[in-house]
Write a protein that binds this ligand. Sequence first.
Ligand code: ATP
Length: 952
Amino acid sequence: MLLICACFRFAVSDTAYRSLTEENRGQCILISGESGSGKTEASKKVLQFIAATTGHKAQVETVKDKLLQSNPVLEAFGNAKTNRNDNSSRFGKYMDISFDSLGSPVGGNILNYLLEKSRVIHQNPRERNFHIFYQLLAGADDEMLTKLHLKRNLDTYFYFTHGIEGRVNTIDDHQQFQQVRKAMTVIELTEQEQEDIFAIVASVLHMGNVGFTEEEGKAQILKPECVEAVSKLLGCTTSKLDRAFTHRTIDAKGDVVTSPLTREMAIYARDALAKAVYDRLFTWLVTRLNTSLQPKQSQKKEVMGILDIYGFEIFQRNSFEQFCINFCNEKLQQLFIELTLKSEQEEYQKEGIEWEHVEYFNNKVICDLIEQKHKGIISLMDEECLRPGEPTDKSFLAKMNENLSSHDHYISHRKAGKDLQKSMSREEFCLKHYAGDVIYNVDGFLDKNNDLLFRDLREVMSETTNSITKEVFPVSDVMTKKRPDTAATQFKNSLNQLMEILMNKEPSYIRCIKPNDDQRSGIFDDRIVTHQVKYLGLMENLRVRRAGFAYRRPYEMFLQRYKCLTPNTWPNYHGPPKQGVQDIVCHLGFEKDEYRMGNTKIFIRSPRTLFDTEDAFQAKKHYIATIIQKIWKGRLQRLRYLKMREAAITIEKWSRRFLARKQAERRYKAVNIIRSFIKGFITRNGQVTDMNKAFLELAKAQYLIRLSKNLPTKLLDTSWPSHPVVCREASALLHKLHQSWLSRKYRLALSQEQKRQFQLKVLAESIFKDKKKSYPQSVGPQFVDDRLTEEQKALRQTFQQNHLNGDKILYSTSVIKYDRHGYKPRERALLLTNKHLYILDGKTFKLKHNLRLEILQELVVTTESDNLLLLRIPTEYKKDKGDLILEVDHIIEAITKIVDVTKKSQSVKIMEPGTISHNLIGGKQGVIDITTGTNPVIAKGKSGHLLVVATP
Ligand SMILES: Nc1ncnc2c1ncn2[C@@H]1O[C@H](COP(=O)(O)OP(=O)(O)OP(=O)(O)O)[C@@H](O)[C@H]1O
């Protein structure tokens, strides 16, 4: 049946889908062609393609299911078998599909246009009523049919004009009914809603069977059981419905008058009700479907529209419906011309592109003939409908003949040529449509345009209990006195709105060509195909397309998309957009003939070049995505960091407050304890209460804890933590114990050498502490064994070898020896062994005195800070020339060493300043004067005595 191939449809869908998702441009796919050329099938393929290419998330699958399943429902109620197509759409459909930012369908919206409702009451020979009637009778089970008061026989129903001819071999109504029921569930129609829908469908069939007779010019119901069935199915009073079928109430400026109807008028009223009920049910279905298809989230969405509207129709007898359908096709052709042939050629001129104009037929003139205000056919028809008097279809035709005869595309019977006159009756007029000449019969034009439904019937419908009829016949509708727009005007207005929607989108076209008029496959009737190709303007379109350019974009948009392809324009480009685009084109190596630079746009001739550019962009996209990802991740981390920092500051702030509060609480508690302690103390008048005892225990415990944390760690550290009064004794005791413990610890850690030092220091302390002024200076420095110079040490070694027979020298130091006569100072060395004290010449180490230690009677020193040492030797040993007067630099050290060997600390005599006598050889006495002064010295004084001046 179709010339158009599936892959082309998919390619169109793919291009539109890509443009939508990649460039965020709203799309519309316009499917046009004659009735039966395959528009509906093509629209299904577009839907299938979108369903197959888009994501597979559960939510998306539901939306896709609903979009796909909307078709069987809408086709069942809006399609019918015609002589040109077994499944002809008897309504126009524009479906918007909304996509989210990831390109997944998230919802949809359907606009429906002018259902051919006259089909409900009458069909042409070999045509059928809407599918749903046949499907219901064939597919519903017996129980359902009984409930609906229906019988399966088609010839039972008056509205099946041609009775059992309604059964067609090519259509399986039973199977399609099951499919429709399933689809109804998918689009979320509830059980109750489905029941109400089928009740309405059945009621329409019953209305057709009501029948009337006439008595005295008044219509009488022929089959009351049918009225009863209708009232049961819709939920209204039978008597009221009965009366509404046979009477008419008119409200003439406040005067309400009810008059009986003639049989003819009653049939008119009944048919009008059947048409209105079915038409409004169909609109309700679309609205209900839209509710189910509404996108859930309110995010920004791109929309793709698919227009599948009835094709151009030329029947044997063409009526009001064909007039509307063909007007719609004229409008679509006009849109096509505006968006392609006209605008494209105008654009080349505007952009300064070299262009040879392609001629085409502009059908605007036909559109104007039909819709022009005050002059067009629709205006004339409305005028005729509304004028007072007795307007008829004939008077309308006469009006048209009078006003439009001069128009090139309107042909009245009189104006028609001989050939045409033969096929035209006097009740007909011919319009020269872009797709061919169509002869219309005016019979029924005014009635259909008026679309009148008597007030009584509207009132009964508004009171029904069937939820759908109640909703679609609102009470406000009954009350209003305003006349609604005529059917043609309503249709014209809705078409103009559709044009506005389509104008704002990027169009893609699927042109369906019907290969033959007999609905047969594999047969191409050249005449028919050529005719369609011609009137659709496809040749002109092809010529424009071939000579023109496949792609054009404003420089800014092209640059925006492809600027990443050259280093000159990436990442930032601030020059003129045209220059930027030129850079890209040069960089990509476009051939000269492949593109043109217009005033504001670039034009690319062949799709191949564009695809290559797009491929290069797609390849680069990943790199750009990485950069975006990097920056985004960085930003995200920074935000996280800032949040964390803020949180940390808050936590810190609060924890500080918390701690401060805790501390304040503790302080407050302590103050309270003290207060209560004091209180307890006062009230008990000196007696220690239990609470005071507890307080004391606490104070002791706290003191011990504090003490344990602050104990001195060094022996010389004399500090000691303060104590409460009650712990005074304990504190003193503990201090002592701690000192002992520290001492012990110190002692245990001492080396042999250190121990020895200590013993000597203790010895020195016992001899000199508080007795000799120079003692304190000797406490710190260590006592040494050897204070000789290096030279002296060498001499000492010789002396030791020659005189000491292996005796160990315990102490060596330089001293000054004062002669006993004249007190002349002599440099000497003092050596101490276990048994002897040797005085040697300081320079030669010649032995001067050898004193056995046991003969040392006294070691005399002064209390002052001088270094005088007088060694008293008993008389029996005076052969040794009397007492020895020495000046020893480290006198404390030297005496301590000597006493350490002799173990006679009592031999040390410490003399107050004054005079000290000493023995000279031969029993004579010498005197040493001890005094203090600012110039310390040891020398012979004027008195002839040895004068020792010590610092005070
Ligand atoms: N691709 C196809 N291959 C074979 N047959 C097809 C194809 N498309 C359509 N047909 C046949 O042509 C018939 C008419 O197609 P379709 O209903 O899509 O036409 P239409 O243009 O929508 O007609 P109308 O304007 O009357 O609704 C279909 O019922 C089907 O039998």
